[in-house]
Ligand binder design. Structure first.
Ligand code: BGC
Length: 754
């Protein structure tokens, strides 16, 4: 018998119930006489938010490194760097006596309005999954746990605690679950945190299908499921659904309800034992890592600077960047002196220090003279004198650097953004400065896209610097002066206007429901399918050098789905400075039974190249790269046929196309049923072999009766989308067997070989 099974035998019902609910805001319930320690958890995800007093819900947290937010992390497209960041977070957890950090957040950015998008990685499930894997592996490699959150379909803050995310099974499986699935399967997070919202009417905390059938049974999740803070509504139902640990605690009444439910037979003790087992496994695992000591404050600050610089995305550059030789620089915008580097809410970190963007510029600016003007008010509102002062400085300088940060009142955990705009004063400022200073560079600090149509044309360059973490001020300077060649790529599309965004007409929902009506066509999948031009596409980002792609190859022209295919391409740095390119591989299915997005990201690699250097990038595409989820088969399927493998520098900049043919090895059962149409029977080989006589008969009859009709309609086409059963009804009494019996007989033949 294992130690844990023995322990469970010794535990009273009261102790078991108590263990499955927190003891405090950030700790689990210890059982001293049995040697079960308490476990401390803390937010996440871009820094360690360890309360000074773990028994208090909101207190000042002890200083820790504030790394760049997830939006910036994902834009690095650098899995090794995110692994390192994870390791650093774990070291800080160890020093600050934290067992589990509450992150990463793997929710999809369904709408750019979601106030919490800065805590999430991407609109693409593949990219988000890879980031989550690296983050988790990095943290857990040091013996500290993670909490993959918020599982699942928590894609807006509006009514986040009650709204029901309504979607079909395929959309859930293909868009909203895969990042979690990849992370669970490949990185085994110690804990998964359920979301606040409902999915198709059932709270995530009480969702058996989600927590038990999918997460634990299908994906093999071995850790514990923790509730988001306050997400549990009915503790007993939640336990039955697979929610192991309720947070925060203490919750006397909840514990009592569990005890009573076991006593009354409503909840079986073995269900409770299973949650107890999972909690104990993690609590003991956590206790194996010795806590305490210190962490490398300077080293982690430097790492935060590196990640920030790698994640910043150069969106526009007419050649003004990198800066060189300018004698006078007008630095404008309060964000140059008050770094806007993290978002509001539970992820808020008390930083060890914060780089002052202006000072960091000064350090790299050599003999250039820097002036400063505040430029705009902290929030909405207008002060013309600020603009006038900025214009005056800009006019007499060689270049103007406009540091623009979105006010925190416009984006945060807890509420969504009302629009994608900067403040009115910021827009007026940019217009006024660009009108008199052609060399104007706009540096944006924000957690999610802003629209730019009103002002971008006048700028010389735009750098998306995100909520960049405590060292971001230095990272901006590194990029502006070319100490770092920008290599960030957008992990989300930037639309030209809000109304273009894929969820626009299905957001924020009403009557307690938000309908994911765009289905799998979310983000670039939608803009591609609808051919809607965006301001900056998914995967986009400029560099100070150029890259050329040559010699694309697939390891086979025809391959079996289970074998997958290897793709390679040579990438050459044809410019004068070293740089990094993100090679992106998308897959396009030429023909499929269900509608598919024109292209989907299935692989990527970031490579560093010296001037003139060439490297071969090799990526493996597996079964899932070509598959889609078919709700009728209840599984991921592949279909025989032709695909294009698209290799590019962004979703809109495809440099090479490799046509390949896939052979599916799946032997799928027939999905024909009583409602199936003639077309479905004809397209199903087994169906056609049974139905051929009827089809031929109808075809002949229809051609005879309508073949020479004046309108030119397709005679059999008229019938193809009617259920075979309905067609048989038309034949009426001419038939000796009833339509139901006949169709059932045919179906039996078809399904005999399933
Ligand atoms: C947030 C979680 C967070 C938790 C604990 C919740 O409100 O949604 O992301 O981990 O609080 O602070």
């Amino acid at each position: 018998m294992t130690k844990i099974t023995e322990l469970i035998k010794k535990m009273t019902l009261e102790e078991k119930a108590a263990l499955c609910t927190g003891a405090g805001p950030w700790t689990t319930t210890p059982i001293e006489h049995l040697g079960v320690p308490e476990m401390t958890v803390t937010d996440g995800p871009h820094g360690v938010r360890r309360s000074e007093d773990v028994t208090a819900f909101v207190t000042k947290s002890v200083p820790a490194t504030c790394f760049p937010t997830a939006a910036c992390m994902a834009s690095t497209w650098d899995v090794d760097l995110i692994h390192k960041l994870g390791e650093a977070l774990a070291e800080e957890c160890i020093a600050l006596k934290v067992d589990v950090i509450l992150g990463p957040g793997a929710n999809m950015k369904r709408t750019p309005l979601c106030g919490r998008n800065f805590e999430y990685y991407s609109e693409d499930p593949y990219l988000a999954g890879q980031m989550a894997v690296s983050f988790i592996n990095g943290v857990q490699s040091k013996g500290v746990g993670t909490s993959l959150k918020h599982f699942a379909a928590n894609n807006q803050e509006y009514q986040r605690s009650t709204i029901s995310s309504e979607m079909d099974e395929r959309t859930l499986r293909e868009i909203y679950l895969p990042a979690f699935e990849t992370a669970v399967k490949q990185a085994k997070p110690w804990t998964v945190m359920c979301s606040y919202n409902k999915i198709n009417g059932t709270y995530s905390a009480e969702n058996h299908k989600l927590l038990t059938e999918i997460l634990k049974e299908e994906w093999g999740f071995e850790g514990l499921v923790v509730s988001d803070w306050g997400a549990v509504h009915d503790r007993v139902e939640a336990l039955k659904a697979g929610l192991d640990l309720e947070m925060p605690g203490p919750r006397e009444r909840r514990v009592k309800a569990v005890i009573e439910a076991v006593r009354s037979g409503e909840l079986s003790e073995s269900t409770l034992d299973e949650s107890v087992r999972r909690v104990l496994e993690i609590v003991f695992k956590a206790s194996e890592t010795k806590k305490g000591g210190s962490f490398d404050i300077a080293g982690n600050h430097a790492l935060a600077r590196k990640v920030a610089a790698e994640g910043m995305v150069l969106l526009k550059n007419n050649g003004i960047l990198p800066l060189k030789g300018q004698q006078s620089i007008a630095v404008i915008g309060r964000a140059a002196k008050e770094a806007y580097y993290q978002g509001g809410g539970s992820s808020h970190i008390n930083p060890t220090r914060v780089d002052d963007p202006f000072e960091e510029l000064q350090k790299l600016a050599g003999n250039a003279r820097l002036t400063y003007a505040e430029g705009y008010l902290k929030d909405e509102g207008n002060d013309q004198t600020l603009i006038d002062e900025a214009v005056k400085n800009a006019r007499s300088a060689n270049v103007a650097l406009l540091y623009i940060s979105l006010p925190a009142s416009k984006e945060s955990e807890g509420y969504d953004r009302p629009d994608l705009d900067l403040t009115r004063q910021q827009i007026m400022l940019i217009k006024a400065v660009t009108a008199i200073q052609p060399n104007t560079v706009v540096i944006l600090n924000n957690g999610a896209p802003v629209v730019m149509s009103e002002w971008i044309s006048g700028t010389a360059a735009v750098l998306e610097a995100w909520m960049m973490g405590q060292a971001g001020g230095g990272a901006i300077a590194d990029i502006l002066f070319g100490k770092v060649n920008p290599s960030g790529r957008l992990a989300e599309s930037f639309v030209s206007k809000l109304v273009d965004s894929s969820a626009y007409i299905n957001y924020p929902g009403e009557n307690g429901q938000v309908r994911y009506g765009e289905g799998v066509f979310m983000g670039y999948r939608y803009y591609d399918a609808k051919q809607i031009p965006v301001l900056f596409p998914f995967g986009f980002g400029l560099s100070y050098t150029n890259f050329v792609y040559t010699n694309p190859k697939a390891s086979a022209e025809t391959f079996k789905d289970v074998d997958g295919v290897r793709v390679s391409v040579d990438v050459t740095n044809t410019g004068k400075v070293a740089g990094k390119e993100v090679v992106q591989v998308y897959v396009h299915d030429n023909k499929s039974k269900l509608a598919r997005p024109p292209k989907e990201l299935k692989g990527f690699a970031k490579v560093e190249l010296q001037p003139g250097e060439t490297k071969t990038v090799i990526l493996k595409l597996n079964f899932r790269a070509f598959a889609y989820y078919h709700p009728a088969y209840k599984q991921w399927i592949t279909e025989d046929g032709e695909f294009d493998i698209l290799i590019g520098a962004s979703s809109a900049d495809i440099r090479c196309t490799l046509p390949v043919t896939l052979q599916s090895t799946l032997e799928l059962p027939s999905i024909l049923n009583r409602d199936s149409t003639m077309r479905e029977w004809v397209e199903d080989p087994r169906g056609m072999s049974v139905l051929a006589p009827l089809y031929q008969l109808l075809n002949a009859q229809m051609s005879a009766n309508f073949g020479s009709n004046e309108i030119g309609m397709d005679p059999i086409g008229f019938l193809m989308d009617s259920p075979v059963m309905s067609l048989l009804y038309f034949m009426g009494d001419a038939m000796t067997t009833s339509p139901e019996e006949l169709v059932d007989e045919w179906l039996a033949k078809v399904h005999a070989t399933d």
